[in-house]
Design a protein around this ligand. Structure first.
Ligand SMILES: N[C@@H](CCC(=O)N[C@@H](CS)C(=O)NCC(=O)O)C(=O)O
Length: 213
């Protein structure tokens, strides 16, 4: 009997969207809970690390609340091995997926401190520097871009992996216009990442997912 899944996050894409898309691509039904900010303090107390996303997994009458987005992504992919979301049977391919997942974490660590910067002017300036031609984020993202297959997805082919979903999410965030000081067109300089984004957007299940949003 398949487990029942309840994914909880805020009503934004950010850290949960790669999980939502992984479940959607894998064809696994799930409850997509979008937590209102007013309910966050009470829910936070119930989570393992005081963070979302969480995935509540109910199986044989028992519920386990999982946390940590990458662990959840791998779990979802393992539920549907035929999806190709995480090629566990091939150590080298799995390594390449893991590598990009870790690189996405590094990207996050470069931009996250700016979220906590109280001085709006300094925030914008720091982000402009990070995303300038020689900026740390630009230089690092070029390196990620070079690690992708020239056709777009990390491993090439037509099947996205969880690394593609995560990188796509990170790049969506960078080009969302939600980060003052980051030009939404910044991402356009990374050719393979743009191919990844466009391929994923054309994926039938992804298209269907967004047509309902
Ligand atoms: N390493 C965690 C990080 C989770 C995280 O930082 N979540 C943020 C939202 S993106 C959160 O819960 N923030 C609210 C808070 O810390 O109070 C993961 O990958 O899931």
């Amino acid at each position: 009997m398949a487990p029942t899944l309840k994914l909880t996050y805020f009503d934004i894409r950010a850290r949960a969207e790669s999980i939502r898309l992984a479940l959607t691509i894998a064809g696994i039904p799930f409850e997509d809970v979008r937590l209102p900010r007013s309910e966050w303090p009470a829910f936070k107390e119930k989570t393992p690390y005081g963070q979302v996303p969480t995935l509540e997994i109910t199986e044989n009458g028992q519920t386990f609340m999982a946390a940590q987005s990458e662990a959840i992504l791998r779990y979802v992919a393992r539920l549907a091995p035929e999806s190709g979301l995480y090629p566990v049977e091939d150590p080298l391919k799995a390594l390449r997926v893991d590598e990009i997942l870790n690189a996405c974490e590094d990207l996050g660590k470069k931009i996250s401190p700016t979220m906590r910067e109280p001085d709006a002017e300094k925030k914008v300036k720091t982000r402009q520097e990070l995303t300038g031609p020689e900026g740390e984020l630009t230089v690092f993202t070029k390196k990620i871009n070079a690690r992708l297959d020239p056709s777009g997805y990390v491993l090439g082919g037509d099947k996205p992996t969880i690394a593609d979903l995560e990188l796509n999410g990170a790049m969506w965030w960078m080009s969302s216009g939600l980060l003052d000081g980051v030009d939404p067109a910044w991402v356009n300089q990374f050719d393979r990442i743009c191919k990844l984004r466009d391929k994923l957007a054309a994926h039938p299940k992804v298209k269907e997912w967004y047509s309902k949003k």
